[in-house]
Design a protein around this ligand. Structure first.
Ligand code: GLC
Length: 436
């Protein structure tokens, strides 16, 4: 069930709907206060008060090759890095601002070596660019601005010209799309039109869009510019949609859930609510089973490392992916005729015609899959982690089981070992007959 999209958008997203799994990276000055990337907003911190981080920013342990290796080992196929987040700080050496890594004690461009390192590991490159900018002198104060409640400040700054800011964004986007080679994804964040907010008129999104399409026609664009239909994909954030996303005519659309490991996007030292490994793996399976992608976030520390909790999660996901990536890459939602048994999720590879039964809750001996589609089409079953055969039996309606009658319709029953295999989420690979 391939997502139906405009032809140009479809060709832009064809790699994306195969690759399914990417790494988000939120890295900026906020890794120093280490208590949320929205800290300026939450604690109403002025530019002057925030300057102490800029003056001391020096990620001396930064090894982008290590990051790229960890992403690759986790099974991720692309990454998206915050070139600039809401605080306005730029990781690259932009000629349009001094508010950048090159002017801190770190003294250099942090973006270029990262892009090179991830590319060298074969990952595609995405850039996140914040539409919001709490540092820029032409960004008009609004309801999200750190100094929104400071009446005197608001009065003093009331003549800020958003058109100048929009031009600044176009200049920076031009740099990003001309100085770093082919960029695969551009991820804008975010619009909040309406009272005391900002939307496409402020960003001059139409101009921005034209510029982007001119500079990099094949780039994928997210949906946050506040122009309906301008994005190549939807971006549900911090929740998993209950089913695959559809357009208003009911056709599946391209989407990517973006999720944190814990709660903050930036490094948050004291946040201890990190999700368990199995849960994260299930989130990835969940996205693909609904025809979507997962962009999983890491917030590196102020020294420039992935902290132990992130490393631990990434290596566990990688351990599972090493043996199970066939159930993720190139996969999507299973055709509707294959009903998902309770306690499981299904993914499907339309090219190889295999269904993957992800067993989230280990059952008592059997899983029974209802419907003729299973009985007619499945010709072989095996565990994915070790390639061992799984016995199966097609049952006619009301066939006798041991001292019991089974099933109200045709079912396919597989017999599983008593013990759950030693993998986070066991997967049974069901081979369908190819001529069906
Ligand atoms: C939000 C937040 C932000 C994060 C982003 C990721 O909109 O503003 O901090 O970067 O979501 O999707």
């Amino acid at each position: 069930m391939a997502a139906k999209v405009k032809s140009s958008s479809k060709s832009r997203t064809s790699w994306f709907t195969q690759d399914r799994f990417g790494m988000f990276i939120h890295w900026g000055l906020y890794s120093m206060p280490a208590r949320h990337e929205w800290i300026r907003n939450y604690e109403r911190i002025s530019n002057e008060e925030y300057q102490k981080y800029f003056d001391r920013f020096n990620p001396d342990l930064y090894e982008p090759k290590e990051w790229a290796r960890m992403a690759k080992n986790a099974g991720m196929k692309y990454f998206v890095i915050t070139a600039k987040h809401h605080e306005g700080f730029c990781l690259w050496d932009s000629k349009y601002t001094d508010y950048k890594a090159a002017k801190t004690p770190c003294g250099k461009d942090l973006l270029k070596p990262m892009i090179d390192a991830f590319r060298a590991e074969g990952l595609k490159v995405g850039l996140y660019y914040s539409l919001i900018d709490w540092h820029h002198p032409d960004f008009p104060i609004d309801k999200h601005h750190p100094q929104r409640d400071d009446k005197a400040f608001r009065e003093r700054e009331k003549n800020r010209d958003v058109r100048k800011y929009a031009a600044y964004m176009r200049n920076q986007v031009t740099e990003l799309l001309t100085k770093f080679g082919k960029i695969d994804i551009l991820w804008f964040d975010f619009s909040y039109p309406g009272e005391d907010g900002k939307g496409h008129k402020d960003w001059e999104s139409e101009k921005l869009l034209k510029l982007i399409r001119k500079l990099q026609p094949d780039i994928m664009l997210d949906n946050r510019l506040d122009i309906p239909g301008s994005g190549d994909f939807e971006t549900p954030e911090q929740f998993q949609p209950c089913e695959g996303l559809k357009d208003k005519d009911g056709n599946p659309i391209v989407w990517e859930a973006c999720q944190t490991l814990s709660g903050s996007w930036g490094y948050n030292r004291d946040e201890m609510t990190f999700r368990e490994n199995d849960e994260l793996i299930m989130t990835l399976i969940d996205s693909v089973s609904k025809g979507g992608n997962l962009l999983l976030n890491v917030g590196p520390t102020a020294r420039g490392e992935f902290d132990y909790r992130a490393q631990d999660r990434l290596s566990a996901i990688g351990e599972w992916m090493r043996r199970h990536n066939r159930a993720i890459y190139g996969c999507t939602q299973a055709p509707a005729e294959f009903k998902c048994p309770p306690g499981c999720k299904l993914t499907y590879n339309p090219a190889t015609k295999r269904i993957y039964l992800h067993i989230l809750a280990w059952p008592y001996k059997h899983i029974t899959m209802e419907g003729k589609a299973y009985v007619d089409q499945v010709e072989y079953a095996q565990f994915l982690h070790d390639g061992s055969e799984i016995a199966m039996k097609g049952l006619e309606p009301w066939q006798e089981g041991q001292n019991h009658k089974l099933g109200g319709e045709s079912t396919l029953s597989i017999t599983l070992p008593q013990m759950k295999p030693k993998v986070s989420v066991p997967v049974v690979e069901l081979f369908l007959k190819k001529n069906k």
